[in-house]
Design a protein around this ligand. Structure first.
Ligand SMILES: Cc1cc2nc3c(=O)[nH]c(=O)nc-3n(C[C@H](O)[C@H](O)[C@H](O)COP(=O)(O)O)c2cc1C
Length: 235
């Protein structure tokens, strides 16, 4: 059974400081705080926070992964998965302090014998939704081909496609315009995976063109809007 979760909304005023203190002091109760407007009012409600599995693969845009994790952690339960290549770009110090980042090492170190839980299956079971940002050309190709040789691709290969997956590709414009990209995107579209398209700008390598990951704020708002606009059980 899920642990009860409490979401506190403070409609912000001069009273927001005590409110912040209250939230900090109640961290052990799993309280998430959100300050949503300029009025002095507080609402307490009890609900299940969405469980979001954020994943990063080895695009240079993984330097923004910490930012993305912070955005989602403000209103959701978040766990993270990173490929070996993405770890070259992720600054672990930039991640939220209470965020658990899983790598291929944990996939193997958490398993010792038959009967032990298997991390990619546990994560697949735990998550309500998965967001892969950035999605590298390599991981895109592997997902489209059904390959699963690391934690991230094993989660996707085991995924229940009635639950949403969003991907935000990020790659050099030559990779993006390569014919493989379109083929792979068509295949993952058939699986029901939602694309948050890349944008055109000057890329990390100096080239100008399409292939840069959408901004974390756009990825965050797209997913949040999607979740909030879904019919709720009581509707
Ligand atoms: C400095 C550097 C930057 C890279 N940037 C990207 C990128 O933006 N997008 C991409 O698809 N691959 C990029 N690559 C290549 C991937 O890191 C490589 O294909 C890797 O195998 C991806 O592994 P993963 O998909 O398991 O994370 C880059 C490689 C290097 C060395």
């Amino acid at each position: 059974m899920r642990k009860p979760q409490y979401l506190l909304f403070a409609l912000n005023s001069g009273a927001s400081l005590p409110f912040k203190r209250l939230c900090i002091s109640q961290e052990h109760l799993n309280i998430k705080a959100q300050i949503i407007s300029n009025l002095s009012f507080q609402v307490y409600s009890c609900l299940d926070l969405p469980r979001i599995l954020l994943a990063a693969s080895g695009s240079v845009a993984a330097i923004k992964f910490g930012n993305l994790c912070h955005c989602f952690s403000e209103w959701a339960e978040v766990k993270a998965v990173a490929t070996k290549a993405s770890l070259h770009f992720i600054d672990r110090a930039s991640l939220p302090k209470d965020l658990k980042l899983y790598t291929d090492e944990e996939e193997w170190s958490s398993w010792g014998k038959i009967g032990d839980s298997v991390l990619h299956i546990e994560l697949r079971r735990w998550a309500d939704i998965m967001v892969i940002a950035p999605l590298s050309a390599n991981t895109l190709g592997k997902i489209a081909g059904g390959l699963c040789d690391n934690l991230l691709t094993c989660v996707v290969r085991a995924w229940d496609y009635s639950k949403p997956i969003f991907v935000a590709p990020a790659m050099n414009t030559f990779m993006w315009s390569n014919p493989f990209t379109e083929k792979h995107l068509m295949t993952i579209d058939e699986l029901g995976i939602s694309l948050i398209p890349p944008v055109s700008k000057r890329l990390a390598c100096g080239d100008y063109g399409n292939g840069a990951m959408a901004e974390p704020s756009l990825i965050h708002s797209t997913v949040r809007l999607f979740l909030e606009s879904r019919p709720q059980p009581s509707d």
